[in-house]
Design a protein around this ligand. Structure first.
Ligand code: ADP
Ligand code: F6P
Length: 358
């Protein structure tokens, strides 16, 4: 058992519903175990500037349902520099912080592993709406983002039905099409376009024509923000124009953007946040670090942070020379299996979306 006096917790990168719940879970479990907790305000920027607030049961009592992140977040390029990192280390030393829980995406995990290497054991928790961390089946925020997207599409469908219109909707998710796919399935979209699967625009437009000819009044097409035209401009708007031109259907376009990132977390995100937050504190106390909490086949499982980061690069085709050198052949096989699992999952979701798109 590791004797920690004080743990720091921070949220970093894009905010996600459920991050606040994560913080609450970390605070409650740590305080229960006799450990002090400080919140780092505004992610790694707060660590550099030494912006800390003491957190206790009282503070945590009311944040379970907060949207965004109660600790605030930032993207902080300075943290990647030696000076930035040194300032963060100084903050930890000066304030007696023994360990860190860092909630965010892969960038945040890189920061966490850097802090572990500098003597401050750290564990990462996956908080991002995108569900784009290869090692985990689920990231905190996804379910809420999907539900918000579906709720908004349902509203658009009402007005589309009244006016016999089609609405193309662009949704966030960076290079990962999961929000788009789940939302398309759950909202009965007639087509969905995501970066991971070749999109057959001509076939989609033919289908729209056929459905209209058969009397379908309202239609929704979901496009992931990760779809681009060859000149780098967003594809969703272009698709809306082409549908209008080629079908004659009154077509509208909506970019949901950051609205999908807000709102009170759904129960799924709160539950996962609590489970992961509690487990992270317990693992730190057991003397474990440099881990990211993952959900694998329904079970909360700690995964080596470097394994998770490199598996992510493998899946995203971003491997750098030497990236794989430190891993055993078995670990490399596991990484490949993770990547394949994700490919299969996306393909399966795409198939379901196609099968229900009428
Ligand atoms: P996310 O965590 O959602 O992926 P970012 O990629 O913006 O979001 O990363 C969040 C923060 O993590 C960055 O602003 C930076 O402070 C820190 N970070 C990102 N990449 C690294 C890195 N390679 N080394 C150390 N810290 C990093
Ligand atoms: O990673 C979460 C996310 O919302 C992505 O879906 C999106 O591409 C990106 O962050 C937007 O980042 P920002 O908040 O910096 O505009």
């Amino acid at each position: 058992m590791q004797k920690f006096r004080k743990i720091g917790v921070l949220t970093s990168g894009g905010d996600a519903p459920g991050m606040s719940t994560c913080v609450k879970a970390v605070v409650n479990r740590a305080v229960e175990m006799g450990i002090e907790v400080v919140g780092v305000v505004g992610g790694y920027a707060g660590l550099i500037k030494g912006e800390l607030i003491p957190l206790d049961h009282q503070w945590a009592s009311n944040v379970v349902s907060h949207g965004g992140t109660v600790l605030y977040s930032s993207r902080c390029p300075e943290f990647k520099t030696e000076e930035g990192m040194q300032a963060a280390v100084d903050t930890c030393r000066k304030n007696g912080i023994d360990a860190l829980v860092c909630i965010g995406g892969d960038g945040t995990f890189r920061g966490a592993t850097d802090m572990t290497r500098r003597g401050f054991p750290s564990i990462g928790l996956p908080g991002t709406i995108d569900n784009d961390i290869t090692a985990t089946d689920y990231t905190i925020g996804l379910d809420t983002a999907i539900n918000t997207t579906v709720e908004m599409i349902d509203k658009l469908r009402d007005t589309c039905e009244s006016h016999e219109r089609l609405n193309v909707v662009e949704v966030m998710g960076r290079d990962c099409g999961q929000i788009a796919l789940y939302a398309a399935i759950a909202s009965g979209a007639v087509a969905v376009a995501v970066p991971e699967v070749q999109f057959d625009e001509a076939a989609a437009i033919e289908k729209i024509k056929t459905l209209r000819a058969a009397g379908k009044r309202s239609m929704i097409v979901v496009v992931s923000e990760g779809m681009f035209n060859s000149d780098g401009s967003p594809y969703a708007e272009t698709l809306a124009k082409r549908i209008a031109e080629q079908t004659g259907i009154d077509t509208k376009f909506a970019r949901f953007a950051h609205i999908v990132r807000g709102g009170s977390p759904m129960a799924r995100d709160r539950a996962t946040a609590c489970e992961m937050g509690v487990k992270a504190v317990e693992l730190l106390v057991e003397g474990k670090s440099d881990l990211v909490m993952c959900e694998i086949d329904g079970k909360i499982t700690p995964v080596d942070i470097n394994f998770a980061l490199i598996a992510d690069r493998m899946y995203k085709n971003k491997l750098k020379p030497g990236d794989l050198d430190a891993f055993t052949p078995e670990q490399l096989e596991d990484m490949k299996a993770l990547c394949q699992k994700r490919v299969d999952e996306i393909r399966n979701l795409y198939k379901v979306a196609q099968n229900v798109a009428f």
